[in-house]
Design a protein around this ligand. Structure first.
Ligand SMILES: [Zn+2]
Length: 329
């Protein structure tokens, strides 16, 4: 069903309109949103594709570099760059994306900017091949332009996040060697915090007999591996698309398996008008699965511009962990 995706797009346009009207009103508050201008300040100018990368880059940048995020209320599955986004890139030095097929819009944006010195860095490429998962889905997941089969949702594991943080550190040091020591120190500090985030989740999930869940879109494989959970199936084959009868029947069969009953169904705030989670829950009640429950897990693909602070990633990850730990028995 495409209504949700169009809705998301409309919300993105509305958010942009809000940013533009704030600028017209002379609001000078600095926002990590898609402002088209750069402040008059020395240091590398860094653009990131979406919110988790903003947090990773901002924590390494400190006051030595300026970081801007482009995707806000429209995440990588639904995003279309505007002229403002491309304009931001005309004066940027670095453009960080995940790659792995997640955010191919960044290639167009780099080309469209006409900025020959702008370097596009796909951070997913810094993750060793043996640490990448294959997508669970049977069909092309990430848009029409489905180039490879690696699951791109790498930011949902703090271990993988740390690898990307170190890659960001290396790019910033190369762009701005004078401040290398600062980038090193801040990256090390943030990687330590990511270690604490991993430990927090492991502690919360420790001793759960029931560690099984169904994920909403095929996004939680790295989260699953990092925290020792078991994803038994995926509701939507493509973000925002409702499952067909065949897929729903298969999921019901998997979840109602007596040996491995699965009662936790992840849904996503980005696709809150989807009814598939509720449908699956009802079917599982009918099949005698005890206490099926919907849990809202945010895959961090979208953000309200005002919410985006450097600690947003850690905060949202902890919220996900808390909700899931409360639901698993
Ligand atoms: Zn996704």
């Amino acid at each position: 069903m495409s209504r949700g995706r169009f809705g998301m797009r409309a919300a993105g346009v509305a958010a942009l309109a809000a940013v533009v009207s704030l600028l017209l009103l002379g609001c000078t508050r600095s926002k990590p949103a898609a402002d088209a201008e750069w402040p008059d300040k020395p240091g590398p100018k860094v653009v990131v594709s979406f919110a988790p990368l903003y947090c990773f880059a901002a924590n390494v940048a400190g006051d030595d570099a300026i970081v801007r995020n482009v995707m806000t209320t429209s995440g990588p599955h639904d995003f279309n760059p505007t002229a403002d986004h491309v304009r931001l890139l005309t004066k940027a030095d670095l453009l960080f994306a995940v790659g792995l097929g997640l955010d191919p819009q960044t290639e167009q944006m780099q080309k469209g900017s006409g900025n020959a010195k702008l370097k596009l860095v796909e951070l997913g490429k810094s993750i060793p091949k043996d640490k990448l998962c294959e997508g669970h889905c049977e069909h092309a997941h990430h848009a029409a332009d489905h180039k490879h089969d690696d699951d791109p949702h790498v930011w949902l594991s703090p271990d993988h996040a740390a690898i990307m943080v170190n890659a960001i550190r290396d790019e910033l040091k190369a762009a701005d060697p004078v401040h290398a020591a600062g980038y090193d120190a801040r990256a090390a500090g943030y990687v330590a915090r990511l270690g604490a985030l991993k430990a927090y989740g492991l502690e919360k999930f420790k001793g759960k007999k029931d560690n099984r869940l169904v994920s909403f879109h095929d996004s939680l494989a790295y989260f699953e591996k990092c925290y020792g959970l078991e994803i038994r199936g995926v509701l939507t084959q493509k973000a925002g698309q409702e499952p067909d009868d065949k897929q729903m029947k298969k999921l019901i069969r998997i979840c109602a398996d007596e040996n491995k009953p699965t009662r936790v169904i992840a849904v996503e705030p980005q696709y809150s008008n989807s009814t598939s989670g509720e449908t699956l829950k009802k079917e599982l009640v009918a099949k005698g699965v005890k206490n099926p429950v919907l849990v809202e897990i945010d895959t961090l693909e979208t953000v309200r511009p005002d919410d985006l602070t450097p600690d947003w990633y850690e905060k949202k990850m902890r919220e996900n962990i808390d909700k899931l730990a409360a639901a698993l028995e």
